[in-house]
Design a binder for this molecule. Sequence first.
Ligand code: NAD
Length: 462
Amino acid sequence: MSQLQTVFELHKQRAIQLRASSATLRIDKLKVLKNWLLNHRIELQQALHNDFKKPAAETDLTEYYLVKAEIDHTIKYLRRWMRPKRVKTPLTLFGSRSSVILEPKGVCLIIGPWNYPFSLMISPLVSAIAAGNTVFLKPSEITAHTSALMAQMVEDIFEKEEVFLLEGGLEVSTELLALPFDHIFFTGSPKVGKIVMQAASKHLTSVTLELGGKSPNIIDETAHLKDAAEKVVFNKFLNGGQTCIAPDYILVHQAVHDEFVAVLKEQIKYVYDENLDDMAGIVNSGHFHHLKFLLKDALEHNAKIECGGELNEGQLRISPTLLTGVDEKMKLLEEEIFGPILPVLPFQNLDEAINRINAGHKPLALYIFSGNSQSIERVLKETSAGGVCVNDGNIHFSNNYLPFGGVNNSGIGKSHGFYGFRAFSNEKAILRQRVGLTSLKILYPPYTKKVKKYVDLLLKWL
Ligand code: NAD
């Protein structure tokens, strides 16, 4: 038996012990995790800076704070979530009582991406622990400093029979995916998501897939342009544009196209001209070259750089770049950009913008900036997306009362708060009947004339 299989067997045994674990026990583990976090803020900032020059303030907001908020929210509500929920019982089952309890799934696997390497591993871990599971963690090999810090954390605060972290890339992932986990929670690209789902199907393991794609950002002719520009620039260039829910491209009404481009340029200049270090770098040279290729391809097809476009390979930096004159021939309108390049496209009327969005995959996030409530309602009703922000972007992610996740190509299943707890739980249906009592006995065979009459009455009246 390999070492991995040995640990897996230990987890299976522990998972059975944890099945009836109390809220108090689970909360105690979350408190230990929180305590570690509070004592390692600086180490976290350093790891993320070493990995891709992420500014400390962004690490505080999107790695440290988001995990702390997930822990606090979970501790606050866990007892309530764990309580059996009474549900109604139909008249046909008169005399019995029904309820639903959320029991732990068992041994779970969490595979994470590199772009928010800490929070996208540890927030699902919070949900998995809260739901009473044991967990295998496989962080991204690309952000090695953060992976090493998490490996140390897991070793310091968890027993290996309960939380086990494996560093490494494709081989480690493939070996893990061959095991019969009770649930797999994967965050990453749609391409690898399909590989994960295929591997899970061999054991009929349930999956949560948090994937990516192109998240559109509509600006209509009634939007407050300055407010929209401030928010778009923050949401797009946060983490160097390497955010799954970043606005991928802008659809702006042609009546305000030129004015909005001018305001956006002004805002980018104000925020980043003197402070390029306030934007994270590109994660590695492979990704840098891919973004360079997307930009080159767009320029060869006559896109216009409105601002930015400076590439520094030694520093792995691309300045915040705004493109106009983009069209369908360009690769950057086909695939998720995942970097600090923002194409702006005009539309003539809302139908055109909606049709364009509906022609592609259902996005992970969709943003609409508008002062017109009818236009907002139309976009909400006539498009499909994992989540929507009206007159803002990204921030729905930080509300733990909302489910987070995609639809089809952008994801399957939801995370955060109760929805994360539920992802790692089996909703067990319980019906309690009284001994000797069931209204259904009158319907039992043999199917005499009398029984058939009861069946007829049932169909007629109930
Ligand atoms: P990725 O899919 O390349 O890698 C994710 C994880 O899968 C890594 O741990 C990696 O080691 C592993 N992996 C890679 N190839 C594998 C294979 N063939 N078999 C098994 N495992 C494999 O994604 P990434 O580049 O790390 O992250 C970027 C993508 O993630 C983007 O598409 C982004 O939109 C998406 N994302 C989604 C969310 C979300 O919450 N929905 C959040 C962050 C990122």
